[in-house]
Design a protein around this ligand. Structure first.
Ligand code: PMT
Length: 414
């Protein structure tokens, strides 16, 4: 699995001869695990037919801003929100100029303005156009604005001349795109995450469980690994593939999750408790299937260990981040859990509706720390996970700096 696995990539194709290479690029991106939606300018369709891209991407190609049918299927705003990254390949000199100026006169340029996803451009043009002062000034401005420029490279050109302006090869573009998801902000950190539900056995065939799918925890594990952390994922029973470079430990019950976490926690720098751990379990799990004889059945429940609480109260705890799944008084309950469990951060998760939170593709979080908070607006779980991991990395690094200052002061005092 590469860092493009499950990433939503919008591939913008503009009107240059290298558009034919963009067809291969779609295949390469999909081979790397990405889901690709293609947006073509009208000029691009003069070089390669939209049907080619439709067949290769498995999705209808997006062509026009003012197409009622296309907008009804997925509006340009939805498309902009869907994207984890936008890659324009080839990007013509005209496209570079339009994006520099913030023009929005077709679907692709409008998308570039409407998306918060990283924007990457793979220039492709005649070498004289590439070295022209206007193009170079545009490139400088685009880079200053945080836009990534992939290439171009030097070589023989379609016009018969030789020089700089050739688009990078599809595999090189895939490699460069994958790198934008590898932030390195948690390089050298060891991070343990719990994810998914726990199943508490009533008898050999029945259990008490919950609706957690594990998607949020797995997205966090993937984002943390992409940020360079060495990730251990303690997972309840879910039907998800293990993210790349993540060590997974499967458990079923809260007691097993507790045991696995406590066994591995001593060497960890960061702990994220995303699992929906059952607070109670049947006092006794029956060895045989319970028969349907009595009219009423009473099951006594006993409390499970509070894994997060126990980790956070260790003598030398890791940097601890909890979740608070709430259906009401989100802020109040989350802040209470942050304080009573002595956590560094807590992610309050409104789980009152079905289109976000438990078992949904989407989530929205309100993250609190002792002297601040930030709201992560509703987005796909991988997008939310990347935002949350970037925040965790920032706060963890501040925490480490404060610790060092504190240690230095205490040695000077003694
Ligand atoms: O898995 P998904 O379908 O993607 O859904 C994601 C999610 C909604 C499950 C996730 O985002 C989430 O909110 N997880 C926390 C669920 C929960 O059990 O919250 P809580 O408020 O009951 O628990 C508070 C915290 O204590 C949590 O960090 C929990 O992991 C931890 N806990 C709870 C009980 C227990 N015995 N041990 C614990 O460690």
């Amino acid at each position: 699995m590469s860092s493009l696995t499950n990433k939503h990539i919008i591939l913008g194709v503009t009107g240059g001869i290298a558009a034919y290479k963009a067809a291969d690029l779609v295949r390469r991106l999909r081979d790397a695990g990405a889901e690709v939606r293609v947006v073509m300018t009208r000029a691009a369709t003069e070089f390669v037919g939209a049907l080619t891209f439709q067949a290769l991407s498995g999705h209808k190609v997006h062509l026009d801003l003012l197409d009622a049918d296309a907008e009804a299927a997925m509006s340009h705003i939805e498309l902009a929100r869907w994207a984890d990254a936008v890659l324009i390949a080839p990007a013509t000199a005209n496209t570079l100029a339009k994006i520099t100026q913030g023009l929005a006169d077709d679907l692709l340029s409008t998308l570039c303005l409407a998306t918060k996803a990283p924007l990457c451009l793979a220039p492709s043009m005649n070498h004289v156009m590439w070295s022209d002062a206007h193009t170079q000034a545009n490139i400088k401005l685009l880079q200053q604005g945080g836009i990534k420029i992939f290439g171009p490279t030097s070589g023989s050109q379609a016009c018969g001349e030789t020089g700089e302006g050739r688009m990078l090869e599809p595999l090189q573009l895939v490699e460069q795109l994958a790198q934008i998801f590898s932030t390195g902000s948690l390089q050298g950190c060891r991070l343990l995450i719990t994810a998914g539900p726990t199943f508490e056995a009533i008898d050999p065939v029945r259990f008490i469980g919950n609706r957690s799918s594990g998607k949020m925890g797995y997205a966090l594990a993937q984002a943390a690994a992409e940020a360079g952390a060495q990730v251990t994922l303690v997972s309840g029973p879910v039907a998800l593939a293990t993210p790349d470079r993540v060590t997974r430990i499967n458990v079923e019950s809260a007691a097993q999750m507790h045991q696995a976490v406590m066994q591995h926690i001593a060497s960890q720098n960061i702990f994220i408790a995303c699992a929906a751990v059952a607070d109670y379990r049947p006092a006794q799990s029956q060895p045989q299937k319970i028969k349907k004889t009595a009219d009423k059945l009473q099951i006594d429940l006993v409390k499970n260990p509070d894994i997060l609480g126990e980790v956070a109260s260790m003598s030398q705890p890791p940097f601890c981040i909890g979740f608070a799944a709430e259906t009401e008084n989100l802020r109040q309950h989350a802040q209470q859990k942050l304080a009573t469990k002595k956590l560094h951060m807590i992610a309050a998760n409104d789980v009152s509706s079905q289109d976000s939170g438990f078992n949904s593709e989407f989530n929205a979080l309100h993250i609190f720390w002792p002297d601040g908070d930030v709201q992560l607006e509703k987005a796909s779980k991988p997008q939310i996970a990347r935002q949350m991991i970037s925040l965790v990395a920032q706060h963890y690094s501040q925490n480490q700096t404060q610790k060092k200052i504190h240690e230095k002061n205490s040695t000077q005092d003694s």
